[in-house]
Write a protein that binds this ligand. Structure first.
Ligand code: 4AZ
Length: 235
């Protein structure tokens, strides 16, 4: 996360670290991507985070300082991976063991309606990714970014028609606050009737925090049927 600030410990209890195993038996895994807990046994992430076989990944729930095993941390393996069949940048991970839900680990609410909040609405991004700064204290960061209309984001000075209807953009026109490398697969949540709702999965961008180059997020509401059918049909 570029800009923003350190999160209060465990204030985004659905935030999951998705790390690549360095070697079997190693206690340290390398930073890779993030995910979002949406059910005791299910984590949403970006499809581009899952290029290797499921044995290569490990998930950490309830983490605050990156790669530190605090008492709140639960580890899980990947028991199955489901990539969105049309190649959209969203995927589901079935985790083993399932999460034990509590004050430091909890699921994100999924959107019930397809439309996003209005452009300009302020939403939150979180992650352990690149800060583009000298600071690197490995604490989960959060930042507030406004939603950008599809029309503006696809304009010539922004991202030039590279954003599909299954994606949306968020960021300030002046830049300075954004997701960045390592934040992919993590959440963009917007407050909706007093609770946070998961509207986006961090996907890609042109650089990080540049003016007129907002971050691009996979639109979770476009995949509710797919998510439901994967969860229903998994045995
Ligand atoms: C990345 O490489 C990445 N500024 C994620 C988000 C953005 C850029 C890069 C958006 O994971």
């Amino acid at each position: 996360i570029v800009g923003g600030c350190d999160a209060k410990a465990n204030s985004w209890p659905w935030q999951v670290a998705l790390r690549k195993k360095l070697w079997i038996g190693s206690s340290l895994d390398s930073s890779h991507c993030a995910g979002v807990l949406i059910d005791r046994s299910w984590v949403l992430t970006a499809e581009h985070c899952l290029k290797e076989s499921k044995e290569k990944y490990r998930l950490y729930l309830g983490m605050h300082v990156d790669n530190r095993r605090d008492a709140s941390v639960q580890e899980a393996d990947v028991s199955a991976m489901y990539l969105e069949p049309s190649g959209n940048d969203i995927a589901l991970i079935h985790i083993d063991p399932p999460a034990q839900i509590g004050s430091t680990i909890d699921v994100a609410c999924l959107p019930s309606t397809v439309p996003l909040p209005q452009p300009g609405t302020s939403c939150f991004i979180t992650g352990w990714g690149d800060t583009k700064g000298t600071e690197y204290n490995h604490v989960l960061k959060q930042a507030e970014v406004p939603l950008v209309s599809h029309k503006t984001c696809n304009s010539a000075t922004y991202l030039q028609n590279s954003v599909s209807r299954n994606q949306f953009c968020a960021g300030y026109s002046q830049g300075g606050t954004d997701t960045c490398g390592g934040d992919s697969g993590g959440p963009l949540v917007c407050e909706d009737e007093g609770r946070y709702v998961l509207y986006g999965i961090t996907s890609w961008g042109k650089g990080c925090g540049l003016p007129n180059k907002p971050g691009v997020y996979t639109r979770v509401s476009a995949f509710m049927q797919w998510i439901q059918s994967v969860m229903d049909n998994h045995s």
